[in-house]
Design a protein around this ligand. Structure first.
Ligand SMILES: [Zn+2]
Ligand SMILES: [Zn+2]
Length: 342
């Protein structure tokens, strides 16, 4: 039997630097530099520079190196999915979270308790990363970005078809699609390829580095096909083409070089019509790297944990759901997450 003295709330807690695990003296996705960090994935609100020791998947380490250079961490320890790392009486294992390339859930085993910290995750297939693996556990710490029953993401194929339809409808214009540099960009390209689109995909310079990294880490065998920098390409050559850019560049002077762009944005937030309208998005594409309501509740069922901690988004509805299912559930007051990264 498990030792009640070792219940997770006595050794895993929220601090000003983030979620802290006392045995092992480590922080998970810390908000400021610490001595020992476990990083779930490369998005800027989870992976920050300056930690002394970093444990992460090899892909996440490669992403951090690319983003932060020397500041990625003093020592960078790579653990492949499923590889157990022993540390001060703890066993740590990273398992796929299905969010972006290299993204991981952290499984912590300590004194008979098995705790899983999800990081960001989704359940639907993504050709650019390994699929989420539900882990049975005693405590599941889940994200809650889209944790309201109103959030039900449509099938990705349908959203990509909207983009291809717009492309056929306006052969004189270009389709300018806002995508986050890590994950969404490469997934949109892979989805276009899966839909049979073989033309070069053009992109803003800020997206090229991570896209090339995805291609070079292509352990999953995803061929993103021809990808070109949009900078320096003649305006007429971009008519009838797809151009990807970071969301922040959609309203920027950079877009003046483009031929009458149809402004699109690929984000789970495009489900909220007012958000699309406020940002001047003509073609909202509901493509999310986070679990929607059904995926979140499905996951709680799959992991079967009697205790649920909810963080990073709309905690209340999911806490309520978990409580109704007979779980002990509570919201964690973690700060520092940027939901716009989605
Ligand atoms: Zn993320
Ligand atoms: Zn996040």
């Amino acid at each position: 039997m498990t030792n009640s003295a070792a219940r997770p709330e006595s050794w895993l807690r929220v601090t000003s630097a983030g979620l802290y695990c006392e045995p092992g003296d480590l922080y998970i996705d810390p908000m400021r530099p610490v001595a020992r960090a476990v990083i779930t994935h490369g998005h800027g609100d989870h992976a920050r520079p300056g930690n002394e020791h970093v444990l992460a998947t090899p892909e996440t380490i490669a992403i951090m190196r690319q983003r932060f250079g020397e500041l990625a961490g003093g020592t960078l320890q790579a653990a492949r999915y499923g590889e157990q790392v022993a540390m001060d009486g703890l066993s740590l294992t990273l398992v796929p979270a299905g969010h972006v390339l290299g993204s991981a859930q952290l499984v912590i085993e300590y004194q008979g308790y098995r705790v899983v910290v999800s990081g960001d995750y989704k359940r639907r297939p993504d050709p650019t990363c390994a699929p989420f693996q539900p882990q049975r556990c005693d405590l599941f710490v889940t994200e809650a970005t889209f944790a309201l029953p109103v959030f039900r993401h449509p099938p990705d194929g349908r959203e990509i078809e909207k983009l291809l339809h717009s492309l056929r409808l306006y052969p004189e214009r270009c389709q300018l699609v806002g995508v986050y540099a890590l994950g969404k960009c490469q997934r949109v390209i892979a989805l276009l390829r899966a839909a049979g689109y073989g033309e070069p995909v053009y992109m803003h310079g800020a997206l090229l580095g991570l896209t090339e990294l995805y291609q070079s880490l292509g352990s999953l065998g995803v061929d993103l096909g021809p990808v070109r920098l949009a900078t320096g390409v003649a305006r007429d050559e971009l008519r009838g083409k797809i151009v990807l850019a970071p969301p922040t560049a959609l309203a920027d002077r950079w877009t003046r070089r483009l031929p009458d762009p149809v402004i699109a944005l690929a984000s789970g937030w495009m489900r909220v019509k007012q958000r699309a309208k406020a940002r001047g998005i003509e073609l909202p594409l509901v493509i999310s790297d986070h679990a929607d309501w059904d995926e979140l509740t499905q996951t709680l069922d799959d992991v079967g944990a009697p205790e649920i901690w909810v963080t990073h988004g709309r905690e209340e509805a999911l806490v309520h759901y978990a409580t109704q299912q007979g779980c002990a559930a509570r919201a964690l007051q973690l700060t520092g997450f940027d939901e716009e990264e989605e």
